[in-house]
Design a protein around this ligand. Structure first.
Ligand SMILES: [Zn+2]
Ligand SMILES: [Zn+2]
Length: 351
């Protein structure tokens, strides 16, 4: 049993107000694991609530869902893990409902309230940015012992990318364009490459272009070159097998339609946009060109497993996607760093 009785954690109290609170560590249920947190990264959703861009999330929010740490205690039913193991985190799921039984853990019936779920002590959220976190073992995925916790915290975002790549049914040697080299765009490009695709990524911000280059990606600076032209040259005029939209804007949607090959082209709508982007395509075009428009959101158990595997085997380099690290006491500065345009993941790290 862990010595610690209480844990400190970060709470979004209101727009632009994030503070550190303390609570008792609840007793472990039989299927639960106590994790000593290594790092919790600030996701777009988290800082969207901070800035007020996302109004559908409630306060006080014990935010944080991109984190990783070391197991320090376990309930009696947990057989798959050991104390001392480093784990990354996916989504909670009951393991018993009709969706979980089919492996569709992201559609688990117990997930209804999502991040707005209320704890008995009056907080919304999953307490991911906390020194100690309790999770059912079903939402944990094994990582390497010596992994940087800020990189290990990428299991969730990489899992969502793995779902998209799975739904896109990419095959070895296919040519894929990713539009947008933010954190999620780069992750999509890295995973597509790891799955054997040839990848081109398009971006306009110099900093992101630099990072994409450092990661060995084939990047098009759209300030210098029309991305549709670049794709035509790259494919001898044929167009690519698939486009992954990692930005949610109408102009990118229009480009994607011009980038795919004439027949059987696929477009993956990875990103949402606010306000909602439009897609200018008539259904005859989808019909005659046998086009596929594919949606993706969140991740299932198999996707987190693939993500953790890619991370364990070092098939994707996450080092460039950690923008900065802050201590829990400096969580307000961490949020201010996270909202700087072009920032990759800002990480709150624990001792
Ligand atoms: Zn996230
Ligand atoms: Zn379930």
């Amino acid at each position: 049993m862990s010595e610690r009785k209480t844990t400190r954690f970060a709470v979004l109290e209101a727009e632009r107000v994030v503070k550190v609170h303390e609570r008792e560590i609840p007793a472990l249920k039989a299927d639960e694991v106590l994790i000593k947190n290594g790092a919790c990264n600030i996701c777009t959703t988290d800082y969207g609530q901070y800035t007020g861009a996302r109004k559908n999330l409630m306060f006080p929010m014990a935010w944080g869902h991109e984190f990783a740490g070391t197991i320090v205690d376990m309930g009696s039913d947990v057989k798959e893990f050991e104390v001392g193991e480093m784990v990354g985190i996916g989504y909670d799921n009951c393991g018993e409902c009709e969706f979980c039984k089919k492996g569709l853990t992201s559609e688990c019936v117990t997930l209804g309230a999502g991040r707005n779920k209320l704890s008995p002590d009056g907080y919304h959220g999953g307490f991911g940015c906390s020194e100690y976190v309790i999770k059912p073992y079903r939402s944990l995925f094994k990582l390497n012992q010596n992994m940087d916790p800020s990189e290990a915290a990428f299991v969730e975002p990489v899992g969502t990318v793995c779902q998209g790549i799975r739904k896109l049914r990419v095959q070895q040697g296919e040519k894929i364009v990713v539009i947008g080299a933010g954190t999620m765009g780069v992750l999509n490009a890295l995973v597509a490459k790891a799955e054997g695709c040839e990848v081109m990524i398009t971006e306009m911000m110099d900093k992101k272009i630099e990072v994409a280059k450092e990661l060995g990606l084939n990047v098009v600076d759209v300030k210098e070159k029309d991305p549709v032209e670049a794709v035509k040259e790259w494919t001898d005029g044929r167009g690519v097998d698939a486009v992954i939209l990692a930005v949610g804007v109408t102009a990118a949607n229009d480009q994607a339609l011009e980038m795919i090959k004439r027949l059987h082209g696929r477009i993956l709508m990875f990103a949402a946009g606010y306000p909602a982007p439009e897609l200018h395509v008539d259904s005859n075009l989808i019909h005659y060109r046998k086009m596929e428009l594919i949606g993706t959101f969140s991740a299932d158990k198999c996707d987190f497993e693939r993500a953790a595997e890619l991370m364990r085997e070092k098939k994707i380099d996450l080092s460039k996607l950690v923008e900065a690290k802050y201590k829990l006491d400096d969580v307000e500065q961490a949020f201010e760093a996270a909202i700087v345009p072009g920032a990759y993941r800002v990480s709150v790290v624990f001792d």
